[in-house]
Write a protein that binds this ligand. Structure first.
Ligand SMILES: [Zn+2]
Ligand SMILES: [Zn+2]
Length: 273
């Protein structure tokens, strides 16, 4: 037992940090008092402390990363818990960070996913077909969950009403018009008026499950006008807000893509048996 110089309480030696320079080999103040003092100092000097820490990290990028990794590996559960706690206490900030990081990496990530997807399909044609069936089934069930509120005859009536004879995206005439989800179902778009665009099959396939913004860039659509007799905006303005929360899928292809994306391009392609 040892008396703490700060709180004056007698505590077992395990309640003291070790300190080699002290004759006893222990810190004069107990752990609780030391950390309380630290908290008090931090409360008064948070900006200065953060600034110093940040400056150090920036000057020692490699070392900082290595230490963070060691710390995480020593106790991943604690690190995860801390991250979850931080996220739940800082929800607004967390959303901001996620949004800006998604924005920054979206184009590169999509490209990596496309490369990975092509490679997967080339090597695993049978698994890719199965994937297609699973996706179609999942999409149907999502549409059901989302309360699909349009059927084929509504759709036809809508096209007639607006006299849409050409593909809204490319202006091609004479193609049979297909139903495109402006916001793809995989990104939360619903099958309902306000999220559906009549377009030709080639445009529909090219657009695939692209985010509208990526698609506009790719197709060279700058002002939401498209090239047909009616603008995309006019068509969509009928109703709006069609976003549902969609959980990530777990199929061989999506796992493979995640892995490839994580590893940037340095992946070994594995063959699914
Ligand atoms: Zn104490
Ligand atoms: Zn088209």
């Amino acid at each position: 037992m040892k008396i703490c110089t700060m709180c004056g309480l007698e505590k077992p030696v395990t309640e003291y940090h070790s300190k080699k320079r002290q004759p006893s080999g222990l810190s004069p103040a107990c752990k609780a008092c030391v950390s309380a003092k630290g908290r008090e100092y931090y409360a008064k000097n948070a900006d200065a402390v953060k600034g110093r820490a940040k400056a150090w990290r920036e000057a020692n990028l490699e070392l900082d990363r290595e230490r963070a990794k060691q710390k995480y590996e020593a106790n991943p559960l604690v690190a995860k818990e801390r991250a979850i706690r931080w996220a739940s206490e800082n929800q607004e900030r967390r959303k901001e960070i996620a949004a800006s990081s998604a924005e920054r990496h979206r184009e590169a990530r999509n490209e990596r996913q496309r490369v990975a997807g092509r490679e997967f399909r080339r090597l695993n044609p049978a698994a890719a077909r199965e994937e297609g069936r699973m996706r179609a089934a999942l999409r149907r069930s999502r549409e059901q969950d989302a309360g699909v509120n349009i059927d084929r005859s509504d759709w036809k009536a809508l096209i007639d009403l607006f006299e849409v004879g050409t593909c809204i995206y490319c202006g091609t005439e004479g193609h049979k018009l297909t139903m495109d989800h402006w916001m793809p179902v995989s990104l939360g778009g619903k099958t309902e008026v306000g999220n559906l665009i009549p377009c030709c099959k080639p445009c529909n396939s090219r657009k695939s499950n692209m985010h509208p913004i990526d698609w506009m860039k790719k197709a060279g659509i700058h002002d939401n006008r498209g090239s047909g007799s009616i603008t995309i905006l006019e068509f969509l303005e009928l109703t709006r807000d069609a976003v549902i929360d969609v959980k990530g899928m777990d199929t061989p292809l999506s796992k493979f893509k995640r892995k490839c994306v994580k590893a940037q391009y340095g992946f070994e392609v594995e063959v699914v048996k």
